[in-house]
Structure formats: structure tokens, C-alpha cells
Write a protein that binds this ligand. Sequence first.
Ligand SMILES: C[S@@+](CC[C@H](N)C(=O)[O-])C[C@H]1O[C@@H](n2cnc3c(N)ncnc32)[C@H](O)[C@@H]1O
Length: 235
Amino acid sequence: MRKFQWPRRAIAKQESQIQSPSFYGMWDTISRFAAEIRASDFTADMIRRRDAYGSEGAMGAIDCATLYGLTRWLRPTVVVESGGYVGMSSAFILKALTDEGLAAAKLHSIELSQECEQGALIPDELRSVSSSFVPMRGRIEDFLKRNELPSSIDMFLHDSSHSYRHMLWEFHQFWPRLRDGGLLVSHDVQMNAAFPEFVAETYAHDKKTGRRDAQWTSHYEWGRWGYIGFAIKKS
Ligand SMILES: C[S@@+](CC[C@H](N)C(=O)[O-])C[C@H]1O[C@@H](n2cnc3c(N)ncnc32)[C@H](O)[C@@H]1O
């Protein structure tokens, strides 16, 4: 299994805090990346493509920017997304991987529908630069059953069926596959209580004070921006 390394930018801050790494600086970094991409020609072009295609079901611009910021901050090598659809979210993940120079990184994008043009919105230059985009057609349940997905993942994005049951099921399926410091990301967390309930399960509390027990809590940080929720796994 690949040894976990903190994102490059976080190291300097954390060297003096090895016992209790601080993630406070990540908010600044991610919001800077998100603001950069939100104002970019890339985003303007993607919105044009999405609207020309028919925007229903594809991720909105604010959430795409957050997803881009999170991906750049983490610098993942193995990414899995459920609900690839026409590839709005895929394009922003691939753009972040490219902007970080992660040529060996892979995005495994799973889409159930046989009808939709999976990844149709992804610009050609992001497809052709490397073979990072790995489209997989079928139900995520079946790929898991057949054990066809990587066993160690840096980042998982949920964007398939947004029923409470299915969201919680995907979180429980992919959390164990995430390595220490890996990122669980979910779109549309506002649709039901699955994401906050999942995060609540990762907390441990000191019996006397009721405060977070950092040693036994199994996330380093979590948050919500727009309709995106994320949690950083602690093994
Ligand atoms: C909200 S759309 C995804 C939007 C996409 N991420 C984007 O930004 O363009 C949800 C997609 O999840 C797919 N889906 C639903 N249930 C699924 C499952 N069990 N396995 C795989 N894909 C699924 C649907 O076919 C649909 O295309």
C-alpha cells in the first residue's frame, strides 16, 4: 500500500505539530483555488458547454469550484466518482489533476445509464493530455460486488443516487477504502441527513467533558460549502 504523504503545502505548517496536525490552513488554500477557477475562462467555457448540452443533473459552478479546490489541495493519485453522467464534475477533477501536474493520477468515473454520453462535457485537451479519465459503465453496487474498484483510494466523490439510503450506503462502502488523510466528498448533501449523520458517526467524545476525543475520532476535519460536503479520514 502506498505510504500516505500530507499535501505538499500542508507540510511546513504541520512539521511543528506532528502530534496534532492542524487543518486550519486548508480552508484558505481551498478557497483560493476555488476563487481562481470560478473566475477563469475554463469555468466560463464549461458553463457554456453545460448549458448548450442541457444543464439538468450536472454539477453547478460553485460546487465545481469547491471540488476543484479540494482536489488541488489533496493532490490525489486515485480518485473514484459515482454518477459520472456527462462529466461536469469529472472535468473539474481532471482540470485540478492537470494543474497540479499529476500525470499518473486516475479518475475512475462510474455511470449507470447506458443512454447518457458519459463524459461528453470533458474538453478534449483534458482527455488527451493523459489517460487519467477511466469511464466505467454500470451500477456502482455491481463494480463493488465484483471487486473491480481500487482497494486504496485517495478521494471518493458521491454524485449518483441522492436517496438517504444510497448516500449512506456509499459513504460506508468507500470510507474503509480511503487511506489515512483521504477525502470523502459528497454532492447534494442538503438533500437529506445522510452526510451529517455519517460525519456524526466518526466522532468520539470524552465521557467527562463531552468534548471531541481527538485520538478516537476518525476524521481530521470535515465541512460543507454550498452543496458539497467533505470529510478527511483519520485511520
Ligand atoms: C446528478 S447526476 C451526476 C452529475 C455529474 N456528476 C456531473 O456533474 O455531470 C447522477 C448520475 O448518477 C447515475 N447513477 C444513479 N444511480 C447510480 C448507481 N447506482 N451507480 C452508478 N451511477 C448511478 C445516474 O444515472 C445519473 O447520471
